[in-house]
Design a protein. Structure first.
Length: 242
């Protein structure tokens, strides 16, 4: 079973997935639907230049309901939080037209300060009144992107802080934390079979530039940004290993 911050028994009652509509969060959705009886989903509109992912979320959810009858019954509510003000707080390449760059010794220009911290806080607030004690998200430190808010240490700290702030245990589960992109594709295959792989290729979006018009064997994207290159590299390694 993929590792996470918290070690939980299979088939827990409820979970809330932070769901962007990308490859990683969709793979985590497969994981959640396989291991939890009810799975709610939450997305975030934060002025991202790749806002097409918000439309992809709906396509993914629709396809899961069509392709996987057993999972259909487990899909619960879906909500999108409006965090548009986040785009006004920092000049970064995900919420502006700034160049997408990764310079040695510096964080990538696609780093959005405190983004995952805010996402988890909103998710915890939503979960509180709904008796949901598990949050799931698709962060990873294996294919390290330079984002400090994707590290296991950050997730452990957030789990502790949110549990203290809410005065009840809150578990943060990160199924992809110790998986590279090739292993993420493999995990999707194990959970959802070939239909799941096809869904990932055709329906999800991860391109930082927001390009959802150019199609490649691994999915849509510009093919040049760090997110596309990482997805492509993982796909090719996954295909070689099959």
């Amino acid at each position: 079973m993929p590792g996470g911050v918290s070690t939980l028994n299979l088939m827990m009652n409820k979970a809330l997935l932070l769901f962007s509509g990308g490859q990683d969060s969709t793979t985590c959705l497969f994981y959640a639907l396989e291991h939890y009886e009810q799975v709610a989903t939450m997305g975030f509109a934060y002025g991202q230049r790749h806002a097409v992912e918000l439309d992809c979320r709906l396509s993914v959810l629709s396809e899961i309901r069509r392709l996987f009858p057993d999972w259909r019954q487990r899909l619960g509510s879906d909500v999108v939080c409006d965090l548009a003000s986040l785009a006004t707080l920092d000049d970064n390449a995900l919420t502006s037209d700034a160049a997408i760059e990764a310079k040695a010794g510096a964080l990538p220009t696609t780093f959005v300060p405190a983004r995952n911290i805010l996402f988890l806080s909103y998710a915890a607030a939503y979960a509180y009144r709904r008796d949901i004690s598990t949050l799931i998200l698709g962060v990873s430190e294996t294919d390290y992107s330079g984002y400090p808010d994707c590290r296991s240490q950050t997730m452990e700290s957030m789990e502790n802080s949110l549990s203290l702030a809410l005065d009840r245990p809150l578990h943060i589960v990160t199924p992809l934390m110790h998986r590279d992109k090739a292993a993420t594709w493999q995990m999707a295959l194990e959970l959802a079979g070939e239909p799941g792989i096809q869904l990932l290729v055709e329906k999800t979006h991860t391109c930082y530039a927001g390009d959802h018009s150019h199609f490649h064997p691994w999915g849509y994207g510009c093919g040049q940004c760090p997110s596309c290159l990482l997805r492509k590299k993982g796909w090719e390694a996954f295909c070689r290993s099959r």
